[in-house]
Design a protein. Structure first.
Length: 186
């Protein structure tokens, strides 16, 4: 768990706790929202203004884009990417899942700069991996941005909307167990 925003305790394997600890320390950002954007012929799209401002554009133009989960892509600011690296350093390098994840993620992650018009280019290899062609769904997900192929996002929503209440109950219960303050559904 993060204390004071900068210190890390061991987080164990790649379970939910790992990602909750990583998210809790990230820049104090709160990225939210869902946006559909068209890609131009160079695979560029305009990052929504709300998300650009939250990641610090125009002062912060260096981001990293890499493979995400569920056939999505993730976009991290440099500081969040560095914190991910620090969290990974705490894992056992001999553990097969840690080695495999590290190789797969870092070998495919790439620096990505935001241009003056607030556009981000999706590298060809990553666009192919996520099956993103002419349109992308851009999600603000707490401390990072996710990019989805629209039909896959729609399918993900359709498959998971019906279990939202159960997911919320289980996740918020775990959050409450790890803090002194109960986390309640709005």
């Amino acid at each position: 768990m993060v204390t004071g925003g900068d210190e890390w305790e061991p987080v164990g394997d790649f379970g939910v706790g790992f990602w909750l600890v990583l998210a809790a320390g990230a820049l104090g950002m709160l990225l939210t929202g869902s946006y559909r954007r068209s890609l131009d012929d160079k695979l560029r799209f305009a990052i929504p203004k709300q998300l650009r401002e939250q990641v610090g554009f125009p002062l912060q133009t260096s981001l990293f884009i890499g493979p995400g989960t569920d056939k999505s892509l993730v976009v991290y600011p440099l500081e969040t990417m560095e914190k991910l690296g620090l969290a990974m350093d705490k894992l056992n390098p001999a553990a097969r899942d840690a080695r495999t994840f590290t190789r797969l993620f870092y070998s495919q992650a790439q620096p990505a700069d935001v241009d003056r018009q607030g556009r981000l280019r999706v590298p060809n290899e990553l666009a192919t991996l996520a099956e993103i062609t002419s349109e992308v769904v851009v999600l603000g997900v707490r401390d990072h941005i996710e990019l989805w192929q629209p039909a896959q996002w729609d399918q993900f929503l359709a498959s998971n909307r019906t279990v939202y209440d159960e997911l919320a109950e289980a996740v918020l219960e775990r959050c409450s167990a790890s803090t002194a303050t109960p986390v309640n559904m709005p």
